[in-house]
Design a protein around this ligand. Structure first.
Ligand code: AMP
Ligand code: ZN
Length: 116
């Protein structure tokens, strides 16, 4: 059974697309925490950053290039933005298909961490 983001990639689940090419898809987060909250994913499934083999790591450079394109297109390139990649249980990753959050459109707090 494919994961929820693979279903978005193959069109089984609808999404609000922001950018698409042959390797990458970007869409609006269903539960935005900032005025812009966009998820950028590789179309190929990897559980998380730790599962990407070294020889396939160029997909991450491509994702960062796509993030720059989105920032320019949406107009938050000058004001700035934050990129977040949650990895695994301690990192707070809920969807096990690697994704980068782009948060933009408001001044974000410098650092947030759950105190335990
Ligand atoms: P993470 O905690 O880093 O795994 O983040 C998963 C993100 O996926 C959350 O911000 C969710 O709101 C978002 N999300 C889950 N399902 C969907 C969906 N069908 N469409 C868009 N965003 C989703
Ligand atoms: Zn997947």
């Amino acid at each position: 059974m494919s994961c929820i983001f693979c279903k978005i990639v193959n069109g089984e689940i609808p999404s609000s697309k922001v950018y698409e090419d042959d390797k990458v898809l970007a869409f609006n987060d269903i539960n935005p925490v900032t005025p812009y909250h966009i998820l950028v994913i590789p179309k190929k499934h990897y559980d998380s950053i730790i599962d990407i083999p070294e020889k396939e790591m160029e997909i991450i450079a491509h994702i960062h290039n796509v993030i720059n394109k989105i920032a320019n297109k949406e107009g938050f390139d000058k004001k700035g933005f934050r990129i977040i990649n949650n990895c695994g249980e301690d990192g707070g990753q809920e969807v096990k298909h690697i994704h980068y959050h782009i948060l933009a459109g408001k001044k974000l707090p410098l650092y947030e961490a759950e105190k335990k």
